[in-house]
Design a protein around this ligand. Structure first.
Ligand SMILES: [Zn+2]
Length: 219
């Protein structure tokens, strides 16, 4: 059995949204593929048939997505929640992003709490990594904030990480899962200004670790 995340094309806004559900399949695709392609001429597994009854909402319009075309529903192999990921990332400075938005709602306080620090500095470090790692399945995030705790429109996923061994958090609003220019980028919050702390500038390389166990986190 292999685990998959499920994404759905939204007729309303034209983007692909995560259904925020993972399923296990024994005959699923090796790479991202639509349900239509994967099960052409075959009966749909019961997990998928059941999944199609779930309602997913468009994070932009908040309208329910009623996708009935199996060619517009996608299975994406799950990265794996228990395996620590260590990736090299490239610092991107000066690109439009959600940096200022994270001062809204309870995002900073929530991250401070997760990292056990008294305060988070405003803003984020923007790091480009391989899309398959940036697009981690929804289920592996440590925390989720509802739209009402953020900007009133989008949910936010938060995950512990280390940048050059310094404890930080990946903060990822709903649209970063679906808007192509954000798909390889992660935004990182911390108790220090990482650029100053590590002397980083645009194009600098950092090592980002996530998904380790408590020993890793406390070490
Ligand atoms: Zn949409």
């Amino acid at each position: 059995m292999a685990k998959y995340s499920v994404y759905v094309f939204c007729d309303d806004c034209g983007d692909v949204h995560p259904m925020r559900i993972s399923i296990e399949l024994k005959d699923g695709p090796a790479d991202k593929a639509s349900i239509g392609d994967t099960y052409a001429g075959k009966e749909l597994p019961p997990q998928i048939a059941q999944l199609l009854n779930n309602i997913t909402y468009c994070p932009k319009s908040s309208k329910p997505i009623l996708q009935r075309n199996n060619d517009q529903i996608f299975l994406v192999p799950y990265v794996g929640a228990t395996q620590m990921i260590i990736v090299q990332g490239t610092v991107r400075i000066g690109l439009g992003n959600a940096t200022d938005n994270f001062q809204k709602g309870t995002v900073e306080a929530t991250v401070a709490n997760l990292l056990s620090v008294s305060k988070i500095v405003h803003g984020t470090l923007n790091v480009e990594i391989q899309e398959k790692y940036a697009m981690l399945d929804d289920g592996v995030y440590d925390l989720e904030l509802h739209a009402s705790d953020y900007n009133g429109r989008e949910w936010v996923k938060i995950k512990r990480c280390k940048v050059n061994d310094f404890p930080c958090a990946i903060v990822r609003p709903a649209d970063h899962f679906v808007v192509s220019k954000f798909k390889q980028r992660i935004e990182i919050m911390s108790s220090v200004r990482l650029c100053d702390h590590f002397g980083l500038s645009n194009g600098s390389t950092v090592i980002v670790q996530f998904q380790g166990n408590d020993l890793w986190w406390n070490g």
